[in-house]
Design a binder for this molecule. Structure first.
Ligand code: GLN
Length: 487
């Protein structure tokens, strides 16, 4: 069972197509491994065995028919962050306020994955409404890091990263508003890709901060991430922010040539607060790429120091507006309180939301209130433009930018919960990407002295996912870190 679950998605697909393994057998192996291992991790908030086995049987039929009947992700077991709305399957965003929400419709990313022939194993743990960096803000309790179960897997898509790392699915989907794909990918030693804003439809993705949210894959290799991106990317008339541009054949464009590539290294990303072991590992990787023929260019992204402050105005402001819909009337938890309608709103929201979500709603409401809007939200929008401009200038000189993904490796559960600012600082290298509307990927590049994985981040031009993946692939093929957690 373990052997089947440690295949990469591409390997599994090949064995399925060649009929060396069966789709039901592969799905069953994953369900058994989830039952055996996940009690230690809590990466799933819901396992859907009936749906998984029925998907697998449908795949089996198409695999038996062969040829054109076989779809791109045929028979591959995947799972979804619980922020994706799935028809008839409870979708909670890890919040008590949605504890009983069974959506009447299917969102686009999950629909596209299903249409690509994948098998849905279940829904994954996360920080409530994707607010957090450690998965500790979940109504289902924390998810644990498969490399060390005393530590967090990162967040907010902690379950999506942990499940892929532990062999509990071949790939998964997460969302990244300020780093929630790349940060947990880094802390769990897997590949996590945040596409450009507009690349993937967000129809049926529970909204956090609408000008920043984007959907992307977690996988064990760059090639696997490319396959999943190809399946989910593209215009969707149901999401007016999805861009009507052709979707490149990402896997076919992976060549892995590092020679002649111009790789920018921003000096603002190697400053105080960066763990020396992480810095050492990332610098060694950059030097190794230079040996492979890449051209390393020192660059400057001068407004980086304002990114966290800017993000923590824009994201909570948009969240306070998006989360106004959870009123106890339309769906989700309802508590009556003492009295009339207003008390019902107050009681439902007070009991339904967790502490971090309430903090963000208060911050955001304040920043948007009359008299403060110009001083906070509008000002932050201007700073955001400067951050985007930094990237635009940098990409005139380089093809991609290389940085650490996170300032430290996985931290202990409970270590940062009393200090929200410390927690916010763990996103320092990921947040600017989202503000700048570019794309980014994290991939494992080494381990620290405790044996915990270190992530290397590449940032690419808007809609430059093909080039970004290709350079990441080049790195992975020649120099990549191949450790796996023992769990
Ligand atoms: N950790 C960041 C936050 O708490 C980013 C979250 C995300 O990308 N969803 O907002």
């Amino acid at each position: 069972m373990k052997e089947l679950c440690s295949l990469t998605l591409s390997e599994a697909r090949e064995k399925l197509v060649n009929r060396e393994i069966g789709a039901e057998e592969l799905t069953q192996a994953h369900l058994e491994r989830i039952a055996a291992v996940d009690p230690k991790l809590n990466s799933y908030v819901l396992v859907t065995p009936e749906r998984a086995l029925s998907d697998a049987r449908e795949s089996e039929k198409r695999l038996a028919a062969g040829g054109a009947a076989v779809r791109p992700l045929e028979g591959c077991p995947i799972a979804l962050k619980d922020i994706f709305v799935t028809k008839g399957i409870r979708s909670t965003a890890a919040s008590k306020i949605l504890h009983n929400f069974i959506p009447p419709y299917e969102g686009t990313p999950s629909k596209k994955l299903a249409e690509a022939g994948s098998v849905l194993l279940g829904k994954l743990n996360m920080d409530e409404f994707a607010m957090g960096s450690s998965n500790e803000n979940s109504a289902f309790g924390p998810c644990r890091n498969p490399w060390d179960t005393e530590r967090t897997p990162g967040g907010s898509s902690g379950g999506s990263a942990a499940a892929v790392a532990a062999g509990l699915c071949l790939a998964s989907l997460g969302t990244d508003t300020g780093g929630s794909i790349r940060q947990p990918a880094s802390l769990c030693g897997v590949v996590g890709l945040r596409p450009t804003y507009g690349r993937v439809s967000r129809y049926g993705v529970i909204a956090f901060a609408s000008s920043l949210d984007q959907v992307g894959p977690f996988a064990r290799t760059v090639t696997d991430a490319a396959h999943v991106l190809k399946a989910i990317a593209g215009h969707d008339e149901r999401d007016s922010t999805s861009v009507d541009a052709p979707v490149p054949d990402y896997p076919a464009l992976l060549h892995g040539e590092l020679k002649g590539r111009r790789i920018g290294v921003p000096k603002e990303y190697f400053v105080e607060g960066l763990d020396p072991e992480v810095e050492g590992s990332v610098r060694r990787c950059i030097a190794a790429m230079e040996k492979e023929g890449a051209e390393i260019v020192e660059i400057s992204l001068p407004h980086t120091e304002y990114a966290i402050a800017c993000y923590y105005i824009i994201a909570p402001s948009e969240a306070s507006s998006n989360l106004a819909r959870y009123d106890g009337v339309r769906y989700g938890l309802r508590e009556y309180g003492e009295g009339g309608l207003e008390q019902m709103y107050v009681a439902s929201r007070s009991q339904g939301f967790g502490a971090e979500v309430k903090r963000r709603i208060m911050l955001g409401t304040y920043c948007l209130s009359a008299g403060y809007y110009d001083a906070y939200y509008l000002k932050a929008q201007k700073v955001r433009t400067l951050i985007a401009q930094d990237f635009r200038r940098a990409f005139e000189k380089v093809d991609v930018i290389a940085t650490p993904t996170t300032p430290t490796t996985a931290f202990k559960i409970g270590e940062k919960t009393d200090d929200p600012l410390q927690m916010y600082l763990s996103d320092i290298y990921t947040v600017p990407t989202n503000l700048g509307m570019i794309c980014g990927i994290s991939l494992p590049c080494g381990a620290d002295s405790k044996g915990l994985p270190i992530g290397l981040q590449f940032l690419g031009r808007p809609f430059g996912e093909a080039e970004l993946l290709d350079i990441a692939y080049g790195y992975e093929q020649t120099l990549g870190f191949r450790g796996k957690p023992v769990i």
